[in-house]
Design a protein. Structure first.
Length: 115
């Protein structure tokens, strides 16, 4: 079993910043992919950013240049630094880890972008 605990969501004004954190525990192998997805009301869940255990990253086009994903493998923790937030970034953000082709999800943390 794998558990994911997210933190860092909240209310921020347009143009502001937030940092999300997600700590993983349980049967985590050294080779895995950790990432963040988001789901806005009425929309499908979409990939925001992901980072592999080898450090390679990928981002949704909509967040490139504004969001940065990073991980601390020693702590099994992934971070998402979100800058220059826009109203369209408002969503529930879910932490994800893929271990041996199995996806595990956090409960989600709400990011609200509003003045």
């Amino acid at each position: 079993q794998v558990q994911l605990v997210e933190s860092g969501g909240g209310l921020v004004q347009p143009g502001g910043s937030l940092r999300l954190s997600c700590a993983a525990s349980g049967n985590i192998f050294s080779s895995n992919v950790m990432g963040w997805y988001r789901q806005a009301p009425g929309k499908q869940r979409e990939l925001v950013a992901a980072v592999s255990s080898d450090g390679s990253t990928r981002y949704a086009d909509s967040v490139k240049g504004r969001f940065t994903i990073s991980r601390d493998s020693a702590k099994n923790t992934v971070y998402l630094q979100m800058n220059s937030l826009k109203s369209e970034d408002m969503a529930v953000y879910y932490c994800n880890i893929r271990v041996s082709l199995v996806d595990y999800w956090g409960k989600g943390t709400l990011v609200t972008v509003s003045s």
